[in-house]
Design a protein around this ligand. Sequence first.
Ligand SMILES: C[S@@+](CC[C@H](N)C(=O)[O-])C[C@H]1O[C@@H](n2cnc3c(N)ncnc32)[C@H](O)[C@@H]1O
Length: 178
Amino acid sequence: MKGWRETVALNLDSAAKMLYCMEPLRRPILQAILSSLQLPEGSRGLDAGCGIGLQTLLLAQAAGSHGHVTGLDTCASFLEIARALTGQVGLADRVSFRQGSWNQIPYEEGTFDWVWSIDAAGYAPQEPVSSVQELVRVIKPGGRLILGLVFAVPAPRVPGFGGAFKRQSGGHRALYNA
Ligand SMILES: C[S@@+](CC[C@H](N)C(=O)[O-])C[C@H]1O[C@@H](n2cnc3c(N)ncnc32)[C@H](O)[C@@H]1O
């Protein structure tokens, strides 16, 4: 998807930059997960804890031109970037973003065919069981929940990652208590 790098490089806080810098390292793993999932064409999904929306866009491509993916995140500035990127790659009709918490998802029961949350709800620092129950609540019967941690695999290979993570995680940690 052309154009991400230019947009993201313009004006990001350190947390968003980290997500952006990790993207090329995580991409092959994410692509492998996506191809094994074979998300149904035309399906409707939720990306819980979507960050700056990089995976939301991959998911939208995987769900095909009749599919739709909603990115949900507590962080308004991430969602702003996600919307800008989505417009830039021409997926605005298949992707939407909403501010909210995976602990209280602003959708009715059974709204989505699948819920994806990579490097987000999987961390579930406070109430893991109720967070997962809330994710399951919005999935249609027979749908799928995809929860995973990928960040930890490539992160240590990024020069300076350890220090940068310590510096930014204090400020960003509050978001996880929403
Ligand atoms: C490590 S980032 C990962 C973002 C994205 N999934 C990715 O892998 O690029 C975790 C994201 O979860 C979001 N988040 C944290 N707590 C949340 C909550 N309770 N509900 C929704 N999003 C949340 C953060 O704002 C952040 O964007």
